[in-house]
Design a protein around this ligand. Structure first.
Ligand code: NAP
Ligand code: GDD
Length: 353
């Protein structure tokens, strides 16, 4: 039985990756932080399953900012594979806490690599680093590939750039099996509520049941290459099953604006919208409600609020994942419409109480 250690197991990707590895027969160890209220909602299903909890699925307290704790855990677990998914992952919030973001997202990766090296596990433990399309920032090439130069545009992306290169450096310096997955945005019903896709599906569902009046968003023009987290954790696993450690772009190759994501979400509820005005004065108004939910013609359902603007924005992301498709045999099963449908259905269910 292979052993995996997942940092960030309480997050969106951690949950999907734990599901995948358990289904493949792995023993899964996860890092959880101490919190004043429990925050294990995404993985609670494993606590309830006595055949899994403490038999194939283990949680350990710790933090990416605590080297001694990470080193001790890696020594105890002796993992075959480490998936370093833990991060302060919100780009906008990283402008408010840049130092912590650098410590967790940048130096945190170094702590893992150093622990593996100092414990003499370089030949036995493979490492996956959760790198990101945010590295491309002010994009230098369209679409972005493994060879596109980076131009990070946030404290988050700058911290992740350190993590990317320290992973490459440890691979080259110490012959470690350490790889970067440069993943483009991926979403799901389990996405954190303050990322834009989930914020949209959640608030639209609340409006559908008269629990909210209007959705307040920032920049509607930026474009993202959105995939489903379930597809993307499969790519993480495949990256560590190769003969040679390498870095891979994981993306769908389709890009969509925030505005079009909103239109698609409402369309799934049979509601037609019209966008009016520009910049801070832009709004979306219901033109026609052909569906069963509580939207009225003329209702303003989206307003722009500058507090959601970022000091520096990433305007356009679109990935070319040809390398992953050829070498890993990976391709996404979900398209954007199927992803949005799954998300809005889940949020409608959540608020239909
Ligand atoms: P997420 O839902 O925000 O989860 C982040 C995880 O990291 C949570 O389990 C969180 O724990 C944990 N964490 C945060 N700070 C920590 C610390 N100091 N010590 C230990 N754990 C800590 O993020 P995600 O969407 O699953 O993304 C997973 C990884 O992929 C992240 O590194 C992210 O930057 C990267 N990434 C994500 C995407 C995407 O579109 N989702 C794309 C590219 C790269 P708590 O639950 O306690 O907060
Ligand atoms: N969060 C948020 N909230 N974003 C908004 C809003 C809003 O109200 N209104 C517009 N946006 C725009 C942002 O300005 C950005 O251009 C886009 O929506 C996407 O924002 P997020 O969903 O917060 O994701 P992100 O692209 O900044 O970062 C995510 O993807 C990265 C991969 O490219 C995160 O998951 C990162 O951790 C990940 O690395």
């Amino acid at each position: 039985m292979k052993k995996a250690f997942i940092t960030g197991i309480t997050g969106q990707d951690g949950m999907y990756l734990a599901d995948l590895l358990l289904s493949k027969g792995y023993e899964v160890h996860g890092l959880r932080r101490r919190t004043s209220l429990l925050n294990t909602q995404r993985i609670d299903k494993y606590f309830a399953d006595s055949a899994t909890y403490s038999h194939k699925f283990y949680l350990h307290y710790g933090d990416l900012t605590d080297s001694s704790n990470l080193t001790r855990l890696i020594q105890e677990i002796q993992p075959d594979e480490i998936y370093n998914l833990a991060a302060m992952s919100h780009v906008h919030i990283s402008f408010s806490m840049p130092e912590y973001t650098a410590n967790c997202d940048g130096i945190g990766t170094l702590r893992i690599l150093e622990a593996v090296r100092l414990l003499g596990l370089t030949k036995t433990t493979k490492i996956y680093q959760a790198s990101t399309s945010e590295l491309y920032g002010l994009v230098q090439e369209v679409p972005q590939t493994e060879k596109t130069p980076f131009y990070p545009r946030s404290p988050y992306a700058v911290a992740k750039m350190y993590a990317y290169w320290i992973t490459v450096n440890y691979r080259e310096a110490y012959n470690m099996f350490a790889c970067n997955g440069i993943l483009f945005n991926h979403e799901s019903p389990y996405r954190g509520e303050n990322f834009v896709t989930r914020k949209i599906t959640r608030e639209v569902a609340r409006m559908a049941y008269n629990l909210a009046d209007c959705l307040h968003l920032g920049n509607l023009n930026s474009k993202r290459d959105w995939g489903h987290a379930k597809d993307y954790v499969d790519a993480m696993w495949r990256i560590l099953q190769q003969d040679k450690p390498e870095d891979y772009v994981i993306s769908t190759g389709v890009t969509t604006s925030i505005r079009d994501f909103v239109i698609k979400t409402f369309a799934l509820l049979d509601v037609e919208l019209a966008f009016e005005g520009t910049h801070e004065n832009e709004t979306a108004v219901v033109v026609k409600n052909n569906g069963k939910y509580a939207f009225k013609a003329g209702q303003v359902v989206v307003k722009v609020h500058p507090k959601f603007y970022r000091p520096t924005e990433v305007d356009l992301l679109i990935g070319d994942s040809s390398k992953a498709r050829q070498k890993l045999g990976w391709q996404p099963k979900y398209n954007l419409d199927a992803l949005i449908k799954e998300m809005i259905d889940a949020d409608l269910k959540l608020f239909n109480k």
